[in-house]
Design a protein around this ligand. Structure first.
Ligand code: LLP
Length: 423
């Protein structure tokens, strides 16, 4: 589901022609649809709503939108106004939320390793929960909280040892990777935490991976976590929160994504058994299909029998195809049925052979100066971009109905060197 549609062969984002934005703001540019973001957020919230313990808990389940997918302040603010919570994994992400006035009680501070100053910032901001996955960090949080005369609310991330079908780099809850505690180790830890005066164990957390389009791995993981809650309670810990992570997949090729209610239907009975308040941490599900990357064709070249469409954006702007072999649909923002199609590699201007958006892709035979849309680029697009080859990062635009706003300006050459000194 999204609000990017062709009308008379011209691509619109909600009520605005994409070409108008590209011409006025410049290329490349990320364009996000506010209504798509809100629709996905509401669907997820509604799907898991039966997890509420009582009708009075209007803020439940807590949707902890994962900033790593798209941390633009305007996107965060849109979600804040909708009533969202947030999940952050660094001081920088936390800073973004504090900047727009998100209260600590709406923030989950996760991530596999936090520095002392990040922990301090989290404690001072009164975050709802620290999700923790190493013993060293638990000890550090205990020390820092003790010094600040605070009690830190902590959830332990479990590694439930399941292997969802997704890209190898996107699996986080299987044996042998760095995330979470194995259940045996966690049990020992539960006993030790009892002796830490400035830690309160309030929850359990899991996150099994990303771009997962099947329910079974969640169910298998959740079962293990739910059984474990009983053990924790037996050891005297009041487990109030259950955080089942994010990872819900979206459409990249066709309609491979599952609706949120499919996940909810299977998971809710297990969640309800726990009597816990629920947290979900979606990133991609909320913003992935809500964004496109618009890039201009700079040249079209034939090398032997091979066609290359060379664009003004490259792997520095959207790294997913080259890093994960990810598929993103690509088409001209003005379609014309009267021209032939070609099979081409769609590539960027970066000096690397790995700099591509698509390989052997069928596309209308486009000309230099035309704009292409790279779809499903709202998650892990801009946030993973870089200045490689000293290329300024592109602008970001948020569309709402018939209006649009530049919510991050394109960087300038001056921005590239602003922090450097040479004499
Ligand atoms: N919670 C935790 C603890 C996570 O590690 C992540 C993502 C999320 C929530 C949100 O996951 P989501 O709902 O967006 O799948 N760069 C990769 C994705 C990496 C995901 C990392 N962790 C990509 O472009 O596909």
């Amino acid at each position: 589901m999204d609000y990017f549609k062709y009308k008379k062969n011209q691509l619109f984002c909600e009520g605005v022609p994409v070409e108008r934005i590209a011409r006025r703001v410049g290329s490349p540019v990320y364009i996000y649809s506010a209504q798509t973001i809100l629709t996905h957020w509401r669907r997820l919230k509604a799907a898991f709503q039966p997890a509420r313990l009582s009708a009075r808990q209007a803020d439940q389940p807590l949707i902890g939108y994962s900033l790593k997918a798209n941390s633009n302040l305007a996107v965060c603010n849109l979600l804040q106004r909708a009533g969202s919570g947030f999940e952050v994994v660094s001081g920088g992400e936390l800073y973004r939320l504090l900047k727009i006035g998100v209260p600590g009680e709406k923030i989950i501070f996760g991530g596999i390793a936090k520095t002392e100053s990040e922990i301090k910032l989290g404690l001072k901001s009164g975050v709802l929960i620290f999700n923790v996955e190493t013993k060293d960090e638990i000890l550090l949080i205990n020390r820092v909280a003790g010094r600040l005369k605070k009690i830190a609310p902590v959830a332990i991330r479990l590694n439930p040892e399941v292997t969802p079908a997704t890209h190898l780099y996107l699996i986080t809850g299987q044996k042998g990777n760095k995330f979470g505690f194995y259940l045996n180790d966690a049990e020992k830890l539960m006993r030790e935490i009892n002796s830490l005066p400035s830690i309160r164990l309030v929850g359990l957390h899991m996150h099994i991976g990303s771009q997962i389009t099947r329910v079974a791995p969640y169910r298998n993981a959740l079962k293990r976590v739910v059984l474990f809650i009983e053990k924790c309670r037996g050891l005297g810990h009041r487990i109030e929160w259950l955080d089942i992570g994010g990872g819900f997949g979206i459409h990249y090729r066709g309609d491979e994504a599952r609706p949120a209610r499919d996940f909810a239907r299977v998971l809710l009975p297990w969640i309800k058994k726990t009597g816990c308040r629920l947290i979900v941490e979606p990133g991609r599900f909320i913003v992935g299909n809500a964004g496109i990357l618009v890039t201009k064709v700079l040249s079209v070249k034939k090398s032997g029998r091979k066609n290359f469409v060379i664009c003004d954006a490259g792997m520095n702007v959207l790294i997913r195809p080259t890093l994960y072999g990810a598929h993103h649909k690509i088409s001209p923002i003005k379609r014309r049925s009267d021209r032939p199609s070609i099979v081409a590699d769609i590539v960027g201007p970066i000096c690397e052979s790995g700099d591509f958006f698509a390989k052997k892709r069928r596309i209308q035979s486009v000309q230099p100066g035309e704009y292409l849309s790279v779809f499903s680029a709202g998650a892990y697009g801009f946030t993973m971009s870089s200045n490689y080859n000293s290329r300024p990062r592109p602008a970001e635009v948020l569309v709402d109905g018939s209006r649009y706003q530049v919510v991050r300006q394109a960087e300038t050459y001056h921005d590239l060197v602003r922090l450097e000194r040479y004499h």
